[in-house]
Design a protein around this ligand. Structure first.
Ligand SMILES: [Zn+2]
Length: 325
């Protein structure tokens, strides 16, 4: 007989605006930790003492699975791996978590060019780059030991498979049991906030910017077709009404896209100009998030033929086409 998995959330503080992060201890035929929190002293201590409450140390883990490369989830991965714990992530995570030098330079020059095309003033673009570098310091570089393919069974947890759930991050994975209707979802679906489809560079050598909001919506459509009883999110309480929440998120995207389309009624605008109008209080402090939000929804409008892009000038101008949908 194989053991049914016991799912134990472990809540860790993070130094980020998102607040605490949930890791998951999965006990079945194997003992698995999913995600590890940010690399801070406080977070490390709480993780160690939480494992201790279950009679465990890092060494006792059979495996460690990380949902995506963001430091609030991957921060302590290297320390756990150093105890000889096999570490699993999707292949897409490797250039990020290993902090491959060539890839990092590629990503930084991608953001500089992207911000230029969005009409972001140089000084603000530089600040975002500094923030990105600081953000990376909350995780130590490592190379995952095992790169499961989407659909592969999760070792030691019968019924659970790896799902590829990109959009919030290009390497995002979730653990899913169809039989139980259980999703250990990382940041794919959060109960209290919408999951931001952050802008990402294309793989090295690529020229097209990935349309991350469209990817994310595809992921949501995919989840909508699954049997979902209980979702264990990366932030916030576990929840049951996943399908309602997915539909709400998809509708919210449509509403925000409509608001952007409306702002383009009188004149074509750049991404940066739209950011300032849509988020006047936030856009300077949270530029990275705001730019992702606006560019993503413009991608959605473009995919529906509702905006066109004028690339004649240094910064791109988005124009409403008047196509009604
Ligand atoms: Zn997160």
């Amino acid at each position: 007989m194989t053991k049914k998995a016991t799912i134990i959330p472990i809540i860790l503080p993070t130094p980020f605006d998102v607040g605490p992060v949930n890791c998951v201890l999965l006990k079945g035929d194997a003992v698995t930790l999913v995600d590890s929190g940010a690399k801070t002293e406080e977070s490390r201590e709480i993780l160690i003492s939480s494992l201790k409450e279950h009679g465990l140390t890092f060494k006792d883990l059979d495996q460690y699975i990380c949902t995506h490369y963001h430091p609030d989830h991957a921060g302590l991965s290297k320390e756990i791996q150093d105890f000889g714990v096999p570490t699993l992530m999707l292949q897409e995570a490797v250039p990020y978590v290993s902090v491959d030098r060539e890839f990092t330079e590629w990503a930084e020059s991608f953001y500089i060019n992207l911000y230029d095309s969005f009409g972001v003033p140089n000084s603000l673009g530089r600040i975002e780059l500094v923030k990105l570098r600081k953000y990376r310091t909350f995780s130590n570089p490592f190379v995952p030991d095992i790169l499961p393919a989407p659909g592969d069974a999760v070792p030691g947890h019968e019924g659970f498979v790896f799902l590829k759930t990109p959009g919030h991050a290009p390497d995002h994975l979730s653990l899913y049991s169809e039989r139980e209707g259980t999703l250990i979802g990382g940041d794919v679906l959060l109960p209290h906030i919408s999951s931001n489809a952050l802008l990402e560079p294309p793989p090295m050598g690529g020229t097209e910017r990935p349309k991350t909001l469209l990817q994310y919506r595809e992921t949501l459509q995919h989840l909508l077709a699954l049997h979902l009883e209980m979702v264990y999110p990366g932030h916030g309480e576990p929840f049951t009404n996943a399908h309602d929440l997915i539909r709400k998120r998809l509708l919210d995207h449509n509403e925000r896209a409509k608001a952007l389309e409306h702002l383009l009624s009188d004149e074509p605008l750049t991404v940066f100009e739209l950011c300032a109008r849509l988020f006047p209080k936030l856009y300077e402090k949270q530029l990275g998030l705001v730019v992702s939000e606006v560019a993503g929804h413009l991608d959605l409008l473009e995919s529906e033929g509702r905006v066109s892009i004028d690339k004649e000038k240094a910064a791109f101008y988005y124009r409403r086409t008047g196509v009604v949908r």
